[in-house]
Design a protein around this ligand. Sequence first.
Ligand code: ADP
Ligand code: ASP
Ligand code: MG
Length: 401
Amino acid sequence: MLIVQKYGGTSVGGLDRIANVAERVARAKKEGNDLVVVVSAMSGETNKLIEYASYFSKTPSRREMDMLLSSGERVTAALLAIALEEMGVPAIAMTGRQAGIRTDASHTFARIEEIDPAAIQDEIKNGKVIVVAGFQGINEHGQVTTLGRGGSDLSAVAVAGALHADACEIYSDVDGVYTTDPRIEPKAKKMDFISYDEMLELASLGAKVLQSRSVELAKKLGVKIVAKSSFSEAEGTIIAKEQEGMEEVLVSGIALDKNQARVTLRKVVDRPGIAAEIFTVLANEQINVDMIIQNASSDGMTNMGFTIPQSELERAKKVIGGFNKDIGGMDFDENVCKVSVVGVGMRSHSGVAALAFSTLAKNNINIEMISTSEIKVSMIINEKYGELAVRTLHDAYQLDK
Ligand code: ADP
Ligand code: ASP
Ligand code: MG
């Protein structure tokens, strides 16, 4: 078998843990498999590098951020290859570029466009374990790019797809995908199986056990993912195509995203094209806008509210500042979070959203914004009630049963 394994930050969070990963890899190799191992930076490393940059600038160049952030994964890739060699397992570490990972030009959240697997395939033929530095690639101008936070998951799925691997195993500190973050709700239940679509919603709504783009790509390429723990031998969760009978599960999980900020623009001059202009400059800055609300206008003025990732707030302030002629005033609230209920069964059942709203109401939690799709209900609330909301919703939908 050809197996792609990905080890996240906690799994390579120290030298002893890298040694543990080396043992697991060596074991899979001895069982007769070919292995490509994708690694993250040591846990906390990427955040530390971001903080270093913020010492100098609130809005550092995205290109330089990629130069900086891609270094964390190189360190662990090389260390794991050294550890494997020392155990008598031939290994070679590769950067994203060396592994043939080509991306578009969007620094700090580049999309993978193509993988040229030739170099990896050559080294597999030489009998080596290939250790790929996750989270990074190269664009057509030869510049290093990174793939967005949690992006090593995407590296792993893309490599698995390009190599037509027999398995794509993603190892972290949890032994699978749970009905909600088990750190918030200890009663959360592990799922044996979850469909791409539900996982995609959970992941894009904050369940960071898998990066949402990796799930999107897995669905597109038909790569079956198994989410497992590097600290145990437990079975894990399979993420694959929806199966017959799944519609019977009404709600499969609750997600919490604390990386949210709300922007409110007051007294916006209400003329055709104003929304287009504002959201175009945000898009040009590659700021991902979510949950837009515009009030009915009065006296030719309107109010607009929307949410963005908290980490993009400084950039957003800078570009919206350019509209001061058209906007009466603006507020920014970082103390919000998004709590979401996800399930494919919502397509065919009513009352799911109503139960979410009444559950929060019973707990005196005010809902500031709402958005829904076929298979999710998301609510923006005050950040301090985020975890309470997760637990009470988990109870209300009886996810512990
Ligand atoms: P890694 O660093 O290995 O990529 P992450 O920290 O990105 O791992 O993801 C694992 C974490 O995801 C867990 O520690 C857990 O707290 C969190 N998590 C959030 N939602 C869920 C969920 N529904 N199921 C499992 N883990 C979840
Ligand atoms: N090190 C990167 C991050 O922390 C990528 C990853 O861990 O997947 O976001
Ligand atoms: Mg992760």
